[in-house]
Design a protein around this ligand. Structure first.
Ligand code: MLT
Length: 388
């Protein structure tokens, strides 16, 4: 038997958070336990039929069976530009400021390869989507984590970062509406971030995948690109996954600074061959006609949020009622670490939660609930937890 040694970048890497959760879930399911999965943020609601119909039509076009364009079909990039204009009043140049992605995870994972030399420093606001750190490590970069604290409403304390650190940094990763805490960025926060990034020549990587899951139409989450000067320093990653229930379709986009888009595009040309064009045509339909459906999904999540929040309050679990995203960030009950609590809950009740530290050290003392099952199952889950 050959002995193939894994590369160091993999042999030192802990299991991917959601793969580890899947494994633990499968072990408990194998014992015959009824599982309620509130772990990964994977919408249970189906993709709207009109998007599936668009895929059917597009899948029959022979042109779509050939290699797609590397940067994405012009019509797809135009639909992204129109959507950004309509939703955020942001103008994007379709030829230089947009690249299609095989889901925003793919773009985020590839981006550091374009701008990180071994030893370059990335600042990562944490708790965070694990891919920012993994991708930085794969590119040989160093990481300094910037804690997101409840007392700062989970916004990065930009002025607490020393000038020395800013000067060393190559890029900073932020995510708002935040995964996992569900906090939203203010315009003032983004303005200051852009100011700092300009002063120290730091790339701002904004993960905006959750902007369309909001609960107050008068107070919608913003894109960093709405703020003056953002295009000088920022690239924003977005996705159709969460907005239109399309996680399995793998379609997203990166938009913003044209040099950063070109750098990412160059990595992608060498690593992948773009998105199946039939999926892009379905994506165009989603971006053009999906808003009434997105509104309905928001109403569903709002009801779920309220059901879970009431149930958690009733059983004394402190939590943050989210203004956006389909996550609820909860305090772990006293007497448990996050991991002990989540493991006990899974083994004894079959309810899958995500432990806060899975997103980084400041996540200790928290766990995350994903509102991706129906009200009845959500109530059942909280009731099982409370009987622990
Ligand atoms: C999650 O936090 O549940 C993830 O963001 C899922 C994903 O990869 O989109």
């Amino acid at each position: 038997m050959s002995d193939f040694k894994l590369a160091d970048r993999l042999s030192t890497l802990p299991p991917y958070l959601f793969a580890a959760i899947d494994k633990a879930k499968a072990e408990v399911a194998a014992q015959g336990m009824d599982i309620i999965s509130l772990g990964i943020g994977d919408p249970d609601l189906p993709t709207p039929d009109f998007i599936i119909d668009a895929l059917h039509v597009a899948a029959k076009k022979p042109r779509n069976h050939q290699y797609p364009s590397y940067v994405g079909m012009l019509a797809y990039r135009q639909a992204v530009a129109d959507w950004y204009k309509e939703r955020f009043t942001v103008d994007l140049d379709v030829t230089t400021e947009i690249v299609s992605l095989i889901g925003s995870k793919e773009g985020i994972a590839h981006f550091p390869l374009a701008y990180t030399n071994p030893g370059d420093l990335a600042l990562i606001a944490t708790p965070n989507y694990p891919v920012y750190g993994i991708a930085t490590n794969f590119a040989g970069g160093e990481i300094e984590y910037l804690p997101l604290l409840e007392e700062n409403d989970f916004l990065v304390d930009l002025d607490a970062v020393s000038n020395d650190t800013w000067a060393k940094a190559k890029m900073i990763f932020v995510c708002y509406p935040n995964n996992p805490t569900a906090a939203c960025a203010t315009r003032k926060f983004y303005d200051r971030l852009i100011e700092k990034a300009k002063e120290f020549n730091v790339i701002v990587v904004s993960d905006a995948a959750y902007t369309e899951i909001y609960y107050d139409p008068e107070n919608k989450p913003i894109s960093i690109l709405e703020c003056e000067g953002a295009k000088d320093v920022a690239i924003e990653f977005h996705s159709l996954s969460k907005t239109y229930n399309m996680t399995g379709w793998r379609i997203g986009m990166a938009v913003g600074n044209s040099n950063l888009i070109a750098g990412l595009g160059k990595i992608k040309e060498n690593m992948d061959s773009g998105i199946f064009q039939a999926v892009q045509e379905a994506g165009i339909a989603a971006l053009k006609e999906g808003e009434p459906y997105a509104e309905r999904f928001r109403a569903v999540y709002k009801e779920r949020r309220d059901v879970v929040s009431a149930a958690l309050s009733k059983v004394g679990i402190q939590h943050r009622v989210p203004d956006a995203s389909f996550y609820i960030w909860c305090h772990t009950p006293k007497g448990y670490t996050s991991s002990e609590f989540v493991t006990n809950v899974l083994k004894q009740t079959g309810v899958v939660l995500t432990p806060g530290p899975g997103f980084g050290t400041p996540g200790e003392g928290y766990f995350r609930i994903s509102l991706t099952v129906n009200n009845e199952r959500l109530e059942e889950a909280v009731s099982r937890i409370s009987n622990l």
